[in-house]
Write a new protein. Structure first.
Lengths: 135, 123
């Protein structure tokens, strides 16, 4: 086994284009597979961020709605934003659905959480990841 | 600080390279449309199949090595709360695609958009 230790990887032909062999023969673009932002935060108290990557802040838009503000913006709005939430303070409300509000920009991802009754609720554990192309 | 410039990274045997502390996504897609679904942004997605109302299959360009992958999804809808789930008994997992369904509190509903993501091992 060989090992190369470096601090930065840059494409030789194009700076942000590096192919990686990830299957027996299948290759993929390294930049396409890497998450561009993620965060773990408490929507209930703040929001307050426990840990994050490429996230400047998270705004409390209204009950159940949070907006993730990116440090480095995406190149467009055709990225994906996937999140899971949990809410364990009130057992009757712990079945929380989640959907993405239709208002993302290249620098802000907005999503909402609601219970099965259709009401919007803040949750204690919100985890979110973004994939797509950085600007 | 050192910089390695290369266009392709492989293991010394020509196989899959190990990226320390990294497990990149093997597929992602943003899918639009309440009628016929369409892709507006994606990676490793060859096509979509509209299986039924609120059920959309994303067919991979490069297949997974097994069906023990983690597929993730989140709907986009601003008129009501919508959930997204996998229906394993109806749409059995395969190495070639992933399928998710969206529904509101009681009924299946097409949504304005769908976010799909997948982690695991490519074939």
């Amino acid at each position: 086994m060989s090992e190369v230790k470096v601090d930065t990887l840059t494409g030789k032909t194009t700076a942000n284009d590096i192919s990686v062999t990830v299957g027996a023969t299948a290759t993929m673009s390294l930049k396409q597979g890497l998450a561009k932002a993620w965060s773990n935060y408490n929507q209930f108290t703040g929001p307050s961020v426990r840990k994050s990557f490429n996230t400047t802040s998270i705004s409390d838009v209204s009950t159940g709605y949070s907006q993730v503000n990116l440090t480095n913006s995406m190149s467009d709005t055709d990225y994906i934003c996937i999140a899971t939430n949990s809410y364990d303070a009130t057992p009757n409300n712990n079945q929380v659905g989640l959907d993405e509000a239709n208002a993302n920009t290249s620098s802000q991802a907005l999503h909402g959480t609601g219970n099965y009754g259709g009401g919007m609720v803040d949750t204690q554990y919100s985890q979110l990841v973004i994939h797509g192309d950085l600007a | 600080m050192s910089t390695l410039k290369a266009d392709t990274i492989q293991s010394t045997g020509g196989g899959a390279a190990t990226l320390t502390k990294q497990s990149p996504a093997k597929m992602w897609a943003f899918i639009e449309g309440t009628g016929t679904p369409s892709i507006t942004g994606s990676f490793n997605v060859a096509s979509l199949t509209d299986e039924a109302t609120a059920v959309v299959r994303a067919n991979f360009t490069n297949n997974m090595s097994n069906a023990n992958f983690s597929n993730l999804g989140m709907p986009r809808e601003d008129s009501e709360v919508v959930m997204m789930q996998e229906l394993e008994s109806t749409y059995v997992r395969a190495t070639t695609s992933m399928v998710l369904k969206t529904h509101s509190t009681s009924a299946t509903v097409d949504t304005q958009g769908r976010n799909y993501g997948l982690f695991g091992d490519l074939a």
